[in-house]
Design a protein around this ligand. Structure first.
Ligand SMILES: Cc1cc2nc3c(=O)[nH]c(=O)nc-3n(C[C@H](O)[C@H](O)[C@H](O)COP(=O)(O)OP(=O)(O)OC[C@H]3O[C@@H](n4cnc5c(N)ncnc54)[C@H](O)[C@@H]3O)c2cc1C
Length: 323
């Protein structure tokens, strides 16, 4: 293992490699000479060509965890690979539940600090510079490790573009794990999957979000209807998540999801900094708000000053009429 090797945590749900994983591998290939992924709970041969298409040279497969918590097992696997192969120059994980758990445990094992909430990593190993959004995204600060030979980075979704890569056929290596290591760990007894129709919020090309301006929970139906007609995903401001109108999984913003769709339609959302940090990178922003002074209009490409209860039904009718 050279110091110019980057490890990336590959996260896979129902056989599908997450978009964040693709983003991380793609960026990792600009930071060093080799990208090696760690996968778990998936047959590595089923994802090899996908990971290779983003630039992964090798997959360390931790195998099936039998319902055990990923954090301790995958961190153990990474540390044991490093004993034989040496540590990489950097480890990139998505800022997901498993990603944070694994990286925190690795940080303890290696006695190294972690940089979290990363929105960009540039440079070339061993001189990497990371960027972090602070004050609700108002300011970007740069950071770099001064005393650490391996940089540990937890990275927010949508931090990198996926570049075109020359496809690589990654080598697959199974990480030998003793049964006790896996069996010793906490077992997940129940997990709740939020119900969803249409594309995932943080991967959708179109996002239609509703806020407190909708007036009441029942009116969120028109957001769902509009999202469906535009083949997009419905989203929400925190105000209506906190009010219990929609589940947390719908929340866009600093403490919710970061989205970068081609079109973001904000309905009855004022445009608080904490909301905008999660959607301002959208290619096109349309805002519907009855207050022409609403801050959301400052970043909107198209602003409609009007009552959502009148504008949205007309939009829905027009889209339905188009078939
Ligand atoms: C630490 C922290 C983290 C936070 N994280 C997030 C986050 O991740 N995501 C997030 O969204 N917020 C977050 N917030 C909350 C944020 O500050 C705002 O309170 C929230 O975004 C406001 O939601 P809103 O725009 O729906 O409601 P409001 O600010 O109440 O805005 C409602 C808007 O609807 C308009 N309106 C009213 N009636 C109509 C109508 N009939 N037609 C059209 N428009 C109408 C009003 O003019 C107004 O602009 C966070 C806050 C803190 C302190």
């Amino acid at each position: 293992m050279g110091v110019r090797t980057v490890w990336v945590l590959a996260e896979v749900t129902d056989g599908v490699v997450s978009l964040t994983t693709a983003e991380l591998i793609s960026q990792a290939s600009t930071l060093g000479d080799r990208v090696e992924c760690f996968s778990f709970n998936v047959d590595p041969s089923a994802i090899a060509s996908t990971l290779g298409s983003y630039g992964a040279h090798k997959i360390w497969s931790v195998g099936e965890l039998g319902g055990r918590l990923a954090g301790p097992v995958v961190a153990h696997a990474m540390a044991s690979v490093a004993v034989n192969e040496g540590r990489p120059g950097a480890v990139l994980v998505g800022q997901t539940y498993d990603g944070r758990d694994i990286l925190a445990r690795l940080s303890v094992k290696w006695d190294l600090p972690v940089l979290t909430n990363v929105v960009n990593v540039t440079g070339e190993l061993p001189d990497l510079v990371s960027e972090h959004a602070i004050f609700g995204g108002e300011k970007i600060v740069q950071a770099h490790f001064t005393h650490s030979s391996t940089g540990l980075f937890a990275i927010r979704a949508k931090s990198f573009e996926i570049r075109d890569h020359q496809a690589v056929e990654p080598e697959i290596v199974n990480v030998p794990m003793s049964e006790e290591v896996v069996a010793d760990q906490a077992k997940i007894t129940r997990s709740h999957v939020e119900e969803r129709v249409g594309p995932k919020l943080d991967e959708a090309a179109v996002v239609v979000s509703g806020g407190r301006g909708l007036g009441q929970a029942e009116n969120y139906q028109m957001i769902e209807e509009l999202a469906k007609l535009l083949h997009g995903a419905p989203g929400a401001s925190r105000a209506i998540v906190d009010a219990g109108w929609v589940p947390y999984a719908y929340q866009v913003g600093q403490t919710g999801k970061t989205v970068k769709p081609s079109l973001y339609l904000a309905v009855g959302i004022s445009g608080a900094t904490q909301h905008m940090v999660g959607m301002k990178a959208a290619k096109n922003i349309i805002a519907i708000n009855k207050d022409k002074e609403a801050p959301i209009f400052q970043i909107a490409d198209l602003g409609i000053v009007g009552d959502a209860h009148k504008v949205v039904p007309q939009l829905i009718d027009a889209l339905r009429a188009r078939g």
